[in-house]
Design a protein around this ligand. Structure first.
Ligand code: ADP
Length: 432
């Protein structure tokens, strides 16, 4: 570089001094030197013009040619331009591949700007969500997907679990929609067609609901007859038959509880969101259940305490809440050996209201805790014959809490006891 610069300087000086000598021969050395300078600047301007023309349309096959320092400058520009062009080519290829691949995805993919407007979407989004490139770009997503459930999911900012909604284009299509952040402020929406799964799930729910419903009548008839037979046959007359009938009666009652729990669970799954929520006086409800628990407690003689720290009015469904709270409290009675201690406590704080049921019973191994709210899941199947549960209690609790926007927290240590806490958010509470 230094060498080229030196050569260029020499060239410049040679032209000016040469011009000066020529001018000297006619008695005008300065005019000659100035003429040399003029020639050099002219040559420079010509080169600049050539470069400017090439930059207007920088094709690689007609690059301007020059030598020396100027050639070096041109070479540098040419090389940078070549690099730039290959980068652009690669970038275009990458964009094309991502465009083709996202269009090949069967799920709808939508990119959402920080101001909640639509940035981009793939072909499937057009099919499932009815988005049109010509009109919908930069429109608010909540103006295009107006399903109230989606709007509240979108606005909640809590995207861990997706939601199911009907496609705005075709109501018979069920979509599972999930949102997530792909940068600090930009979100991506993915909608998957789950119509088939939804139908299967619906069939399962309908089947369970219908079977449970159909089983109720025969069970009532069987129960009625057995009661009559038991009245007719005293143990003294026929001890064996009386014992057998008593066992049939016990099993029929268990079956009735199971059928009732299945029916309740089906109702909660199918239609609980349609049930109107009304103000529920929690103190009155807990007193009732406490009283019932005391009756059940007769055999085990636990020490049960009820502490109501805040007189809360909860927006809810009293029958559902009764069922959920009873399940948690009666479980504590069931899974605590005789003479245990059970503390029932209701209180409020800035985040909402809580019901905690703490026992010093058998406890639960931590590996079972995440699955306890599944239907028929039991931490210790060998024990359930003795306790006589249906395995549906905590599934009912989970559904009821979900209906009331609440959550169930389970803490337990095997051999020491358990703490079941139902948490309801503040928005479910009404000031007395
Ligand atoms: P179940 O009818 O068997 O009681 P649930 O759904 O109510 O069914 O409870 C599921 C399982 O959770 C129970 O089988 C039991 O193993 C465990 N469980 C529930 N509550 C308690 C508790 N207070 N202490 C220990 N284990 C419990």
């Amino acid at each position: 570089m230094q060498k080229l610069w030196q050569l260029e300087l020499n060239k410049f000086l040679a032209i000016c001094i040469g011009g000066g000598f020529l001018g000297w021969s006619i008695g005008e050395p300065w005019a000659g030197a100035f003429f040399g300078l003029f020639l050099y600047v002219g040559w420079l301007l010509l080169n600049i013009k050539e470069l400017a023309t090439w930059l207007e349309n920088p094709a690689l096959d007609n690059t301007p040619e020059a030598s020396g320092l100027w050639g070096k400058v041109l070479n540098g520009i040419y090389r940078n331009h070549k690099k730039q062009q290959s980068k652009v080519k690669k970038l275009k290829k990458t964009i094309e591949i991502s465009r083709l691949s996202t269009n090949a995805i069967r799920d709808a993919v939508v990119l959402i700007n920080p101001d909640n407007t639509l940035e981009w979407w793939n072909k499937a989004a057009k099919h499932y969500l009815g988005l049109r490139r010509s009109t919908d770009r930069n429109h608010l997503i909540t103006n295009l997907l107006r399903d109230p459930e989606f709007v509240s999911y979108f606005e909640s900012g809590e995207y861990r679990n997706g939601i199911n909604i009907s496609s705005p284009v075709n109501a018979s299509i069920t979509l599972h929609v999930t949102l997530s952040y792909y940068s600090r402020t930009n979100r991506i929406l993915i909608a998957r067609d789950v119509t088939h799964l939804h139908h299967l799930e619906q069939m399962r729910k309908d089947f369970v609901a219908n079977v449970s419903h159909e089983l109720r009548t025969p069970l009532t008839v069987i129960k009625g007859y057995i009661e009559t037979f038991l009245d007719l046959i005293t143990p003294d007359e026929n001890a064996g038959l009386h014992r057998g009938l008593s066992q049939v009666q016990q099993q029929t009652e268990r079956m009735e509880v199971l059928v009732n729990d299945l029916l309740l669970l089906s109702k909660l799954e199918i239609g609980s969101s349609n049930i109107l929520l009304k103000p529920v006086d929690i103190a009155v409800l807990l007193q009732q259940i406490y009283h019932d628990a005391d009756i059940v407690n007769d055999e085990k003689q636990h020490q049960i305490t009820l502490t109501i720290e805040d007189h809360s009015i909860l927006l809810g469904n009293v029958a559902e809440l009764h069922s959920a709270f009873s399940n948690v409290i009666f479980n504590a009675v069931k899974y605590t050996p005789p003479n245990g201690q059970i503390a029932i406590r209701w209180w409020e704080d800035s985040k909402g209201a809580y019901l905690s049921v703490i026992d010093n019973g058998v406890g639960i191994d931590p590996i079972h805790i995440p699955r306890l709210t599944e239907r028929f899941y039991r931490a210790d199947p060998s024990r359930h014959a003795k306790t006589g549960g249906t395995g549906l209690g905590l599934a009912i609790v989970k559904h009821v809490l979900r209906h009331h926007e609440g959550v169930l927290d389970i803490q337990s240590t095997p051999g020491e006891g358990s703490n079941f806490t139902c948490h309801f958010p503040s928005r479910q509470l009404i000031s007395p």
